[in-house]
Design a protein around this ligand. Sequence first.
Ligand code: BEZ
Length: 212
Amino acid sequence: MATLRLGDVVPDFEAVTTEGPIKFHEWLGDSWGILFSHPKNFTPVCTTELGQASHLKPEFDARGVKLLGLSVDAIDNHPAWVGDIKDATGATLNFPLIADSDRKVSDLYDLIHPNANDTLTVRSVFIIGPDKKLKLSLTYPASTGRNFAEILRVVDSLQLTAKHSVATPVDWKNGDDVIIVPSLSDDAAKEKFPGGWTTVKPYLRVVRQPGA
Ligand code: BEZ
């Protein structure tokens, strides 16, 4: 297992999931993707996360992002947990969940951190672009549930900055003003942003979000 860094093509794999076997790269196709790990089935924090991710699936769909969860339990263990997720959160799991009982994917993506726990995975999130390259990774401990609104916010930033010569400032939300990337000269910026911008510092030029 090599360290996975931003910009790397993410490792491909075959896995058993609640929606049948998948070949990861083929399953991604030309879409954006999010792979996120869960320490174990029938655990409380994971249950809330999978419910919330399912509630938010229409938002991910609208952005062309496919969701793929992972848990290290065996596939015959998943359906009862899916039932519990429905009972506890009201959400029917609506994306595939990998049963990584042989830890193949967990090893490929370095999801077991033995100094934290040698059997449970950490809570990682990998956002993958249509080019299969890693755009973001984050890792939380098992005891802290992730914030899926933040994950959507990052997707918005990544999709915007992939298309336009902008970056997004602190606490940015879709529709807020953005920053013109420093590598774009003022002359080049005039062509891309004919409506003009505000120069706070020569390296900090604030402009209306393109398309907003
Ligand atoms: C949980 O998902 O609730 C959890 C899993 C492992 C350790 C602590 C909490």
